[in-house]
Design a protein around this ligand. Structure first.
Ligand code: HGY
Ligand code: MN
Ligand code: MN
Ligand code: MN
Length: 395
């Protein structure tokens, strides 16, 4: 039986899903703006873009500042792009002021942060940090069976740099919170101390295709029912691990996906997260065991493939301190926060001192086209980013 392909369709919609023509267009616009700012562009074999501003000491390791330009199928007005363009604004401001830092500064656009089209999320930064091989990344397929490597080739962004060859003095990422805390606490700046860990568990349930009308209830091998019970169980496990745990499912695929055919196969990805390592791993163990029990009770086959994972991250205390000091110096209200969403900074933190700056977002909403921030919030975070980056790059 043909494996049910999962993942959103890439056609249409107001988005820049990774390696689509819209992503390509955004990359070329970003490159033009980097050229205009006098930056030298390097591209690695995952298509990640590194725009370098020279420092006074060419031997000094660069300070990297970036995020991602790719988006979800719906959303992404600020998620990622705010951090890339604010990084560019840091170097444009230094250009305007005629300031040359000691360390070079490299503005970065990581390929496929979202993991919407090609799982897992943070794919390019994961290869950069050695969590995935290049072959693994190139073989990842989207919902239409296209591979990452072929699509990167198609849009012409296979760079010549070995992935991970670059060494970083430090890495900064500015991002919207994508949650409700900063707005609710009326804070302008999130001083990001940690990021919660995650597991993406891809379940493949195998039932028996049969007529939804003429098949007696006692004769069904119902993969759809098994999926429903597993989703309910994931909700229960996450609620039993409050505070500080989340669990849910964003995508699933029935095969043959016909109204009057019981599904022969159901494929879906469970997304669980927690800042607590033990809690995160215990949730995974429990969900896999209970899913197997639920499937067995219904005579449904159950296979699990962990398609995404990273442990909870602690960001670099020195850099975190610089973000806090910059917010204080600028008179901006601020608080420590743990990032609920994953970011490229999580993999960068594996290979260099790294941290993040966050600004609030309206109603804590993200991964939704209604995602919004105020100009004041955007500017305040960019000011903090500027001061923290420049202090680290040394004048
Ligand atoms: O899944 C995440 O946390 C990120 O939005 N890619
Ligand atoms: Mn993001
Ligand atoms: Mn996102
Ligand atoms: Mn782990």
């Amino acid at each position: 039986m043909e494996m049910a392909k999962i993942g959103p369709g890439v056609a249409g919609g107001n988005n820049r899903q990774t390696l689509t023509d819209a992503d390509n267009e955004g990359r070329h616009l970003f490159k033009r703006w980097c050229d205009e700012a006098g930056l030298a562009m390097g591209v690695d074999r995952m298509g990640t873009m590194f725009a370098r501003r020279e420092g006074t000491d060419p031997d000094a390791l660069p300070v990297y500042v970036g995020s991602h330009l790719d988006t979800q199928p719906t959303g992404g007005k600020f998620d990622g792009v705010l951090g890339v363009l604010s990084g560019l604004e840091v170097v444009r401001t230094l250009n305007d002021l005629g300031i040359r830092t000691k360390h070079p500064i490299v503005v970065t656009n990581w390929t496929n942060e979202e993991g919407a089209r090609f799982a897992p999320a943070m794919l390019a930064s994961g290869v950069f940090a050695g969590a995935h091989t290049l072959d693994y990344a190139y073989a990842r397929q989207d919902g239409e069976g296209k591979s990452f490597g072929d699509e990167l080739e198609r849009i012409g962004w296979v760079g010549d740099e070995e992935v991970g060859a670059r060494k970083m003095h430090a890495y900064f990422e500015y991002h919207i919170e994508q949650g409700p805390i900063l707005e609710a606490e009326d804070k302008q700046i999130g001083v990001v101390t940690h990021c919660q860990g995650l597991w993406w568990l891809e379940f493949t349930l195998t039932g028996k295709e049969a007529h939804t009308g003429s098949t007696p209830m006692t004769m069904r091998v119902n993969a759809g029912l098994a999926m429903a019970r597993i989703l309910e169980m994931v909700q229960k496990v996450a609620m039993e691990n409050q505070p500080g745990a989340v669990g849910g499912v964003g995508q699933m695929r029935f095969s043959p996906n016909s109204r009057n055919v019981l599904p022969g196969q159901v494929v879906f990805t469970v997304d669980i997260r927690s800042p607590d390592q033990a809690k995160l791993d215990a949730m995974r163990t429990r969900i896999e065991a209970e899913a197997a029990r639920i499937a067995a009770e219904l005579g449904v086959g159950c296979a699990v493939d962990p398609v995404g994972h990273f442990d909870p991250i602690t960001f670099d205390p020195v850099l975190v301190g610089r973000v806090r000091a910059a917010a204080e110096k600028l008179g901006l209200s601020n608080m420590n926060i743990i990032s609920g969403a994953g970011h490229d900074a999580c993999w960068a933190a594996k290979v260099a001192p790294a941290t993040m700056v966050m600004c609030p977002c309206v109603d804590g909403l993200s991964h939704n086209e209604a995602e919004d921030i105020s100009r004041e919030w955007a500017a305040a975070g960019a000011d903090v980013l500027f001061h923290a980056v420049v202090e680290t790059a040394e004048i």
